[in-house]
Design a protein around this ligand. Structure first.
Ligand SMILES: Nc1ncnc2c1ncn2[C@@H]1O[C@H](COP(=O)(O)OP(=O)(O)OP(=O)(O)O)[C@@H](O)[C@H]1O
Length: 323
């Protein structure tokens, strides 16, 4: 029985789906950004926030946008949301040019959500439903974002985490196929962060909603995102599947009886580290290296690929000299 004691509503809550269940991995992008440029200010004070940025957010995935302060993440999300007009380039949403109509398929939480303190959570969702000309039951959404118990509480009594949940609830009112979230866990305590994270994963996995989010929390992105883009100075620094990005920077580590001999033989290809030797080689070359060392009577106790975490990849991408 739901908090209002209505069993009929309860039944519908259990079967409620938010997105229209666009299947993941059918090769199409939910959001495509092509060659987007945006300059703020003019003449001597002009600043290029986005410089020919392109990316594709595949349907059904959780896509993380990373980058240092000022990299252009929010500007990109605001352009996708239609709040800022790009100088050049284009955005398409589920294959259609971004416009009022195609943006109806997006739910957005772009700026810190501003609520009316004297309205309840339910009243906010009802207001959003009217504004988006959607007929939707707000009860299941409140339940879904985990504030069903506070449906009739005024927002002035809400914690930051509850407001963030309500913000996501408002973004879900029009039953979007994709969500665009600017730093959705910003300012939350560790419990709140975990709750919002699992909500995002659930919305993607259970409801088939594509999620594009920006975050400064690298471990968060590593945990919940399938794909990432690392922005730097308004340009793409690296992008791809999280696993592939980590894999591409994996290092081969050997524990051998004579590390000094290996270091001398491999010269600029190898460094000492962690009680062994790190070797810069491609995966395909590893068997040949092991054979060569064995032929040289070097005993190998352990050989393994060590993947970096996303933080190391992020730091190496954002500190790399621009070519
Ligand atoms: N309305 C604006 N007017 C002038 N400059 C702006 C405006 N919006 C953004 N910028 C500038 O564009 C650059 C990119 O800003 P943006 O907010 O997109 O970066 P971000 O990656 O989201 O940064 P953060 O991680 O700090 O939120 C920054 O240098 C910012 O000062």
């Amino acid at each position: 029985m739901n908090p209002r004691g209505n069993a009929d509503v309860e039944t519908r809550i259990e079967t409620f789906q938010i997105g229209s269940f666009v299947s993941a991995g059918d090769g199409k992008d939910a959001i495509t950004v092509s060659g987007v440029e945006k300059t703020f200010g003019w003449r001597g004070r002009a600043f290029k926030a986005l410089d020919g940025l392109s990316l594709g957010v595949p349907q059904g995935c959780v896509y993380g946008l990373l980058g240092p302060n000022g990299a252009g993440k929010s500007t990109l999300l605001r352009i996708i949301a239609g709040l800022v007009r790009p100088d050049r380039g284009s955005v398409s949403i589920f294959g259609e040019n971004a416009c009022r109509e195609s943006r109806r398929r997006l739910g957005m939480l772009i700026e810190a959500p501003a609520f009316y303190p004297f309205l309840t959570a339910r009243e906010h969702l009802e207001m959003f439903a009217r504004m988006s000309e959607t007929i939707t039951m707000v009860e299941p959404i409140l339940r879904r974002v985990g504030i069903g118990y506070a449906a009739d509480k005024k927002v002035s009594a809400f914690s930051l985490g509850m407001k963030q949940r309500l913000g996501i609830g408002c973004a879900l009112v029009a039953r979007p196929d994709a969500l665009v979230l600017d730093e959705p866990t910003n300012g939350l305590d560790p419990d709140g962060i975990l709750e919002i994270r699992s909500l995002i994963v659930e919305l993607a996995q259970r409801d088939g909603i594509t999620v594009l989010l920006s975050s400064h929390l690298l471990d968060e992105v590593e945990r919940i995102c399938d794909r990432v883009a690392i922005l730097r100075n308004g340009r793409m620094s690296a992008q791809g599947r999280v696993d592939d990005l980590l894999d591409s920077q994996a290092r081969f580590w050997l524990n051998v009886d004579f590390p000094q001999v290996v270091l001398e033989r491999l010269a600029s290809q190898a460094d000492a580290g962690d009680g062994g030797v790190y070797v810069r080689i491609g995966r395909d070359d590893a068997p040949e290296l092991i054979r060569m060392l064995a032929n040289a009577n070097i005993r190998i106790f352990e050989a393994k690929w060590i993947k970096p975490d996303l933080e190391s990849v992020f730091l190496s991408e954002t500190r790399r000299e621009i070519q």
